[in-house]
Each structure stands twice: as structure tokens, then as C-alpha cells.
Design a protein around this ligand. Structure first.
Ligand SMILES: Cc1cc2nc3c(=O)[nH]c(=O)nc-3n(C[C@H](O)[C@H](O)[C@H](O)COP(=O)(O)OP(=O)(O)OC[C@H]3O[C@@H](n4cnc5c(N)ncnc54)[C@H](O)[C@@H]3O)c2cc1C
Length: 423
């Protein structure tokens, strides 16, 4: 069967890998000159099964107001908000209650835990290297208030059977010895030993080479502009290089997926939530993080990737704007400088921005659409790198008509009653 995948980020590439392994004739259409040059390019590198949680949580609306008033805010909202932004914010607010949070977290954990199995399968099959480290994830709490607040988080972790350790300051230093320079800035931490880190860009590039070996065709510098639907099926994708035909089509265009789907009557609520990262060369090995540290105060994740420190954060609601904001750069830098002051050469920071393809409930949209040969694999938001391998295998099974290894309940677009305008 001929399958066309639109988008060559980490999600499109993992989808291509598993579809090709199942024997299909796969083509990936990507507007950039290579894979993983948009959101999958320089993310925080967390492979964070245990930390899989929706941003829409009880208490977030109040926190958001406080953040917006602080100097180094993890949240930025463009004062000239569009209708799209308002719609997204409203839908997200509707998920900020205990019941929705528990449902959404359960769905996210289901796909993340499956992704762990699928990543291990890829590692065994391909032996690819991507600066991976399996040394866990440490959430750093700077204040006693944050330590107290984790009691609520712990109740949720218990409920979902997530393995964790509550650490005092000495415990944090044992896991991340470089924090010894800033002991006074730390009140405690939560550690997730099963989590990992890795370079998503390197992984996607290495996996693309394996895809080529499996016969996948990559069409780079090709932009898809529309889906042609005839007799209830997609007959072709219109691109800048002409129409491309296939038996089945998978939309994996990250934040841009909704724009392609809307004209054919599919209205999934995927909104671009902008984030920033800096990558700085490590100066002193022993003063750098061992794995990923999440600075809870500024919501900045600080990771070691090879010889670099990568730090990423900020959620900016400003549409498809990719301008680099110096204010956000200052926030990310401040977090690194206050936790790992001697780790890296901060004068040499590579500053980057990307658009997280976010859904209001935090869960990706994976599966069938009302158009019989059209499928979606997008909306992975803050955790697309973590979930990519599970999503890739899942969509391959769905497209092939196989039984899926995990339940699709709550992962498909049918969970949004307003999304289907086709029927
Ligand atoms: C600052 C930041 C930090 C993050 N940190 C983490 C983390 O630590 N851990 C984690 O798990 N996740 C993290 N994420 C999220 C993760 O990076 C994303 O969820 C993931 O990269 C999304 O992958 P994707 O393939 O869906 O999107 P993309 O990587 O954006 O891929 C979509 C592709 O589609 C292509 N495309 C778009 N439109 C068209 C078109 N019309 N025609 C042809 N091609 C098109 C694009 O060029 C792009 O290559 C982070 C994100 C950000 C922004």
C-alpha cells in the first residue's frame, strides 16, 4: 500500500519508520531541506514518561495570573489576542479541573508508557545513537511552599502508579552533584528514575537513515497546500511540485496540521504554543547537569546533551510568530545561571524557538478521521519527543488495520465533538 506522510518532524519520521517496517511503500513530504528542522529541532530533550501531565491542571488559572505579573514569567500572552488564541485559552481553562486532569493525564501516560517500549524496540533494532542518557529526571523545588505543594502531585503519582522519590537537599545533590554551588537556592526535589534524555534532532536524523534503508522516499523542499477530496476520499495532496497520490495519507505537520485539515471539514484544536531554548557548550563537566533538571519556579528544563547544556521553557501564546524574544531568552538564561552557574559558556548561547503543537487537553490526536483514507498524528504539545515512538507505531497499526497494542480511547479526534464537520 502507498502511504504519504505529510511532515518530517519526529512524529512523521517515526510514523514512516514503523509503516515501512510493516511493508508499506512510504513517502514523506517535508517543506524543509531535511527532517526535524522545525519544532523537533532543539527541544529540551526530556524523554519524560513519568512527567507526562497536561498543562491544564487545577490551580493553573491562578498561577497563570501570578506568572504574568512576574519578571521571569514561564507564560507570555500577546496583548493583541486573536480569536484562535482566545478559543484555545478557553478550551484549556475548561480542562483545569480535577476530573479532566485525571482523564487527560491517564491518556498521556498510556501513550508515553507505550512509547518507552517502542523506543526500546527501535534501539534494539537500529542501535542508533542520539546522545541518550538514562539517568532520570529531577524536578527542583526552590521554596518550602513548592515542597508543600508537591503533596498534591504525589497523590496523583500514587494514583497512576508512577515511580518517584521525594528528595531533600542532600538527596538532590547526590543525583545532580553540580547543584552543590547553589545549595541555598534549593528546598528539595522529586526524582523520576525511569526517565531519560536524548537529542531529538539527532534521533530523527539517524532514524531517517534507517527509513531510507527500508525504502522510504523523502521529498524535501515540498510544501503541501491542500487536500483534494473526491467521493469521500483524499485523491491527492496539492503541493508546490504538483499533485501527489497515494492510497492513504497521514497528516503529521505539527502545529500546521489544523490549517491543512480545516478546509476539508476537520477542525482539530491544535494551537501553536511557542517555546524557546538555548544551547551552550559545557565548560566544566562536573559542574554541568547529569541528566534533566526541571526548574519548577521558571518551568525551564535544563538538560545535558553531549557536550552541551540545553535549556528550554516559556509558553507564549502569540500564534505562528517565530520572532526570538530577548525577554524569554533572559528567563531561560536566568534559570541556568542560578542553578548551574559554572556549567557552560553562557556567552556562546545558540538561541532557538519552536511551536509546540498543543491541544487544550494535552493529549495528542492520533488515528482515523471521517475521511476514510486520511489519518492524523499530531497535537503532541510539550511531550512530542517523549511520545513520538509510541505514536509512530500506533499510527502504523491504525493505517495498516492491525489491532493496536494500547487502547485508542480518548486519543482520536472523536473526543472533540466540534471537530467533525465532514459528516
Ligand atoms: C521549547 C520546547 C521544548 C520542548 N521540550 C520537549 C521535551 O523536553 N520533551 C518532549 O518530549 N517534547 C518537547 N517538546 C515538544 C516536542 O518538541 C514537539 O511535541 C515535537 O517536536 C512535535 O513534533 P512534530 O513532528 O509533530 O512537529 P514538527 O517537528 O514541527 O514537524 C512537523 C513538520 O511538518 C513540516 N510541515 C509543516 N507544514 C508543512 C507543509 N505545508 N508541507 C510540508 N511540510 C510541512 C514542518 O516543516 C515540520 O518539519 C518541546 C517543544 C518546545 C517548543
Amino acid at each position: 500500500m502507498k502511504v504519504l506522510i505529510l511532515g518530517g518532524g519526529v512524529i512523521g519520521t517515526t510514523s514512516a519508520y514503523f509503516l515501512a517496517k510493516q511493508g508499506h511503500d512510504v513517502t514523506v513530504v517535508e517543506r524543509q531541506e531535511n527532517v526535524a528542522l522545525e519544532t523537533s529541532h532543539a527541544n529540551a530533550g526530556q524523554i519524560s514518561y513519568s512527567y507526562s501531565s497536561p498543562w491544564a491542571a487545577p490551580g493553573i488559572p491562578l498561577k497563570a495570573i501570578k506568572w504574568l505579573l512576574s519578571k521571569h514569567s514561564p507564560l507570555v500572552i500577546n496583548p493583541r489576542v486573536s480569536t484562535e488564541t482566545l478559543k484555545f485559552a478557553y478550551r484549556m481553562l475548561k480542562n483545569c479541573n480535577h476530573n479532566s486532569y485525571n482523564i487527560n493525564k491517564g491518556r498521556m501516560l498510556r501513550i508515553s508508557n507505550y512509547a518507552k517500549e517502542c523506543l526500546s524496540e527501535i534501539e534494539q533494532d537500529t542501535k542508533i545513537e542520539y546522545e541518550q542518557r538514562k539517568k532520570g529526571f529531577l524536578q527542583i523545588l526552590r521554596t518550602d511552599r513548592q515542597v508543600l505543594d508537591t503533596k498534591k502531585d504525589i497523590a496523583v503519582l500514587e494514583q497512576f502508579g508512577t515511580k518517584y522519590k521525594v528528595l531533600d537537599v542532600d538527596g538532590c545533590l547526590a543525583v545532580e552533584p553540580a547543584l552543590k554551588h547553589v545549595e541555598h537556592n534549593i528546598a528539595g526535589g522529586l526524582q523520576f528514575e525511569d526517565d531519560a534524555t536524548g537529542n531529538c534532532f539527532k534521533f530523527t536524523n539517524e532514524l531517517q537513515k534507517k527509513c531510507l534503508e527500508l525504502g522510504v522516499n523523502f521529498e524535501f523542499n515540498v510544501t503541501a497546500s491542500a487536500l483534494k477530496v473526491e467521493n469521500g476520499k483524499v485523491s491527492a495532496v496539492k503541493t508546490c511540485k504538483g499533485d501527489l497520490m497515494a492510497d492513504k495519507f497521514v497528516v503529521a505537520m505539527g502545529s500546521y496540521s489544523a490549517q491543512l485539515l480545516r478546509p476539508v471539514g476537520i477542525d482539530i484544536p491544535v494551537y501553536p504554543v511557542k517555546g524557546y531554548s538555548i544551547t551552550v557548550p559545557i565548560l566544566n563537566d562536573e559542574d554541568a547537569p547529569q541528566s534533566t533538571v526541571m526548574d519548577e519556579t521558571y518551568k525551564v528544563a535544563i538538560t545535558r546533551l553531549g557536550n552541551n547544556v540545553r535549556a528550554a521553557g516559556t509558553a507564549e501564546l502569540i500564534g505562528y510568530n517565530l520572532t526570538l524574544s530577548e525577554k524569554s531568552r533572559a528567563t531561560v538564561r536566568h534559570s541556568v545561571e542560578s542553578l548551574f552557574p559554572h556549567a557552560a559558556d553562557m556567552s556562546d548561547d545558540h538561541f532557538w524557538t519552536g511551536l509546540r503543537p498543543m491541544t487544550p487537553d494535552g493529549t495528542p490526536v492520533i488515528g482515523k478521521t471521517p475521511i476514510s483514507n486520511l489519518f492524523i498524528n499530531t497535537g503532541h504539545g510539550t511531550l512530542g519527543w517523549t511520545m513520538s515512538t509510541g505514536s509512530g507505531k500506533l499510527i502504523a497499526d491504525i493505517v495498516s488495520g492491525n489491532e493496536t497494542a494500547i487502547s485508542l480511547d480518548g486519543l482520536e479526534m472523536s473526543r472533540y465533538p466540534y471537530a467533525d464537520k465532514v459528516t
